[in-house]
Write a protein that binds this ligand. Structure first.
Ligand code: SAH
Length: 396
């Protein structure tokens, strides 16, 4: 039986073809400029190399958007069309999570776009709720019904709702029960209240799971600790569960305060052992005077959205670390993070090193260099996919 062929065939110039052939999953938008017929958002296309040979099957980005023009779906000519492929790829993504996520943990990234060969498609699991939040919503909109069908058929058992989170923060129930607005999830023994589809990302930062567990194991009983940019307390809970004597959480947002407090009590942290500070963390680190802590965490939002922001991001990071220098005890530890591939691990290490130095402290050792956990897989040859850097540093 002959397979229906994607109608639009796009021949790539040599450098683009070489990049795709060596594993890069994107074709940038400018490559589409010369085409007589431009692909529709979400249309399946065939990519040809500069002599017209098959290179890959792809899917077109939002025609009105600014992301990649085409994303690679498969490098195999015999791959079935997307409506069939979705089932296979979602089943594979689910199998991988059953291997890399500990039993009992019901909060994780189920679909991680390019890393699961479903480019631009992201979905997180929060207990009985799945939240879809595509990187390119326009691209996936024509396929959403099928995505939901495939998730129901091949995804985790016991799901009661599938929710879409749009870029402007709207929440739409695509399938299942309305009203699962609040769920309690378990992450490697820690418990969190999550509002699936509300708040930051899809509700919670699943990408820091392995780093939270690492941090939890570093806490010793008499440690006072500090969590800058705490959000709902992902790391605060890890330090409390690790046995910290005291946790200070700093975040500018007032709306997270209730959930932060509830997350600490869910895990049995004594209220007196926790201070919640609503403040700009940049200003706070400059001005606040606290009893120096044994362990501090610094996990700001992406400070560099484009190349032009890099210098400013470097300065901002350095400033944070100048301030952190006086907040960490002699011989204390710092876990510091960047969540954009633009500001790399090396950029982060340099900003931390020089900032702390300016504050009178020396980084004596890098204890750990880490990224997101294995539920955020990255294809080889895709540096843009390595967006999270997390360094654990020991100070003098
Ligand atoms: N570490 C968290 C995630 C941090 S997300 C976790 O593991 O769950 C970044 C947080 O930084 C958000 O909660 C946002 O409200 C906060 N934020 C953004 N700008 C800030 C600022 N200038 N000062 C303090 N907090 C800020």
């Amino acid at each position: 039986m002959s397979r229906p062929r994607a109608a639009l065939r796009i021949q790539l110039d040599k450098p683009t073809a070489r990049a795709v052939a060596s594993g890069h999953p994107w074709v940038f938008r400018d490559v589409l400029e010369g085409l007589t017929r431009k692909p529709r958002s979400g249309e399946e296309v065939v990519l040809l190399d500069s002599v017209g040979a098959f290179l890959a099957q792809g899917i077109a980005g939002d025609a009105e958007g600014r992301g990649p023009g085409i994303r690679v779906l498969s490098r195999d000519e015999r791959t079935p069309p997307l409506n069939k492929l979705l089932f296979r790829r979602i089943a594979a993504a689910h199998r991988l999570r059953e291997r890399v996520v500990l039993p009992g943990t019901d909060v994780y990234r189920l679909l991680h776009g390019e890393g699961d060969e479903l480019p631009g498609l992201v979905a997180d699991r929060y207990g009985e709720v799945l939240v879809i939040r595509p990187d390119d919503l326009g691209m996936w909109t024509p396929h959403l019904n099928r995505v939901v069908e495939a998730l129901r058929s091949e995804g985790p058992r016991g799901i009661r709702a599938i929710v879409l989170r749009t870029k402007d923060g709207e929440r739409e129930v695509l399938w299942g029960e309305d009203g699962l607005d609040e769920v309690i999830v378990t992450e490697e023994g820690r418990r969190y209240l999550v509002r699936p589809g509300h708040g930051q990302k899809t509700g919670f930062f699943c990408d820091q799971r392995v780093n939270r567990t690492h941090l939890q194991g570093l806490v010793r009983d008499d440690d006072r600790t500090l969590n800058l940019f705490s959000y709902t307390g992902g790391f605060s809970v890890a330090m409390a569960v690790g046995g910290a004597a005291h946790v200070t959480s700093v975040d500018v947002s007032k709306s997270i305060l209730d959930d932060l407090g509830r997350n600490l009590s869910l895990n049995g942290a004594k209220p007196a052992a926790h201070a919640q500070v609503t403040a700009d963390a940049f200003e706070w680190t400059r001005q606040a005077k606290i009893d120096p802590v044994g362990i501090a965490v610094c996990d700001p939002p992406a400070l560099a959205r484009s190349k032009r922001d890099l210098e400013a991001a470097g300065r901002a990071y350095k400033g944070l670390h100048v301030g952190l220098a006086s907040k960490i005890k002699k011989g204390g530890l710092l876990m510091t993070c960047s969540c954009t591939a633009r500001f790399t691990e090396d950029d982060l290490l340099a900003a931390a090193f020089y900032g702390l130095k300016q504050g009178g402290r020396r980084v004596t050792r890098v204890l750990r260099r880490a990224e997101a956990g294995p539920d955020h897989p990255v294809p080889p040859g895709f540096p843009e996919g390595r967006y999270l850097s997390c360094l654990t540093l020991a100070l003098d």
